[in-house]
Design a protein around this ligand. Structure first.
Ligand code: NCD
Length: 335
């Protein structure tokens, strides 16, 4: 029997109308996210389970704040501090948090497909807080909200005619996959840019253009999203696709961190870092985004990250609004 509530697992396949509804609901949440209006009656007495099997700063704290702004408490499972380290599976852990009384679960895991697999047996909504190299839907929603707001498109979230570059380690990035799906559904042209090892031509099957020369692309785009080189995802963990093996899998061992897919950090910087000189090639109105964590001096210069084009901290503030809206949407609370 279908559940009266919804999961938020991926943006690929979500209809444009639903995407726009989620964005409109997120926009409406911004004052409450910033503490200017009080919506703490909405989830009063309920609990949100935060199952972060992988490290996180922004997503975890943002979901915590979102739950609290709506009046909910959080059941907070710290990575490394749970019985997963004793061999309990992710699914068993999730079902126990549900049995304790959570009204919704937020799942972050190294395994692609983990949130989907937990959502199968769960009777409460599951929100994907990032699964391996697969998707990170709330991150892409906050990116789309920030781009739309910065470029005057937040009335209807129609991004037709805009070009948006996603630069760097695209192949390892769940943020990129969710953004390609969402931004193209909203009408934008997405161009992924990186060395062939990190932005292979085959990514065009996702509906984006693929380019390898950043200097050619920068003057043509309205927004540029820089990605971290995700060394920890180069070791084969959380490989793309929905078969990452979350099914009753215990926490995996850490893969070695080596610059395996880039020749050298210096060569990478020369080709793909958003330096001050490169930022000067952008159109005057173009905006710069980064999902964080930023490795300053590798993919982005200090002056750009903190400069006038940077939307990085606005992204983070919007994240709270998006997660408030997403929790309400999943729990069937009317707008
Ligand atoms: C990203 C993630 O974890 O996928 N960060 C985030 O959630 N804001 C990007 C990254 O790890 O580089």
């Amino acid at each position: 029997m279908p559940r009266p509530t919804r999961d938020l697992l991926a943006l690929r396949g979500m209809g444009t109308a639903e995407l726009k509804e989620l964005l409109a609901r997120s926009r409406a949440m911004i004052p409450a996210a910033m503490g200017r209006t009080d919506l703490s009656h909405i989830l009063k007495g309920r609990a949100v389970g935060l199952l972060f099997f992988e490290d996180s700063t922004r997503t975890r704290l943002s979901f915590t704040m979102a739950a609290q702004r709506l009046g909910a408490t959080t059941l907070d499972l710290a990575s490394g501090g749970s019985s997963v380290s004793k061999g309990e599976t992710l699914i068993d852990t999730a079902l126990n948090v549900e049995a304790i009384g959570a009204a919704a679960l937020v799942v972050r895991a190294k395994q692609s497909g983990a949130a989907h697999q937990i959502a199968q047996p769960a009777k409460i909504p599951v929100l994907n807080g990032g699964d391996g190299k697969h998707e990170h839907p709330t991150q892409a929603l906050l990116d789309a909200l920030t781009i739309a707001e910065s470029l005057g498109r937040s009335a209807a979230f129609d991004l037709t005619g805009l070009s948006i570059a996603i630069v760097g380690d695209v192949i390892s990035s769940r943020v990129a996959r969710s953004n390609i799906a969402a931004l193209s559904a909203l009408g934008a042209q997405v161009i992924v840019v990186g060395p062939p090892t990190l932005a292979p031509k085959s990514m065009s099957t996702l509906g984006c253009k693929v380019e390898h020369d950043l200097d050619n692309v920068l003057p043509t785009v309205d927004a540029v999203m820089m990605l971290r080189v995700q060394f920890e995802r180069h070791g084969g963990e959380g490989s793309s696709g929905a078969s990452g093996g979350a099914s009753h899998a215990a926490a995996p061992a850490k893969p070695p961190i080596t610059p395996s897919s880039i020749v050298s950090v210096r060569a990478y910087r020369e080709g793909y870092a958003l330096t001050s000189a490169r930022a000067a090639m952008l159109k005057p109105h173009a905006v710069v985004l980064h999902p964080g964590p930023i490795n300053r001096g590798i993919e982005m210069d200090q002056d750009v990250a903190d400069g006038p084009r940077s939307a990085v901290l606005r992204q983070v503030t919007h994240g709270v609004a998006v997660r408030m809206a997403s929790l309400c949407w999943c729990l069937g609370i009317p707008a």
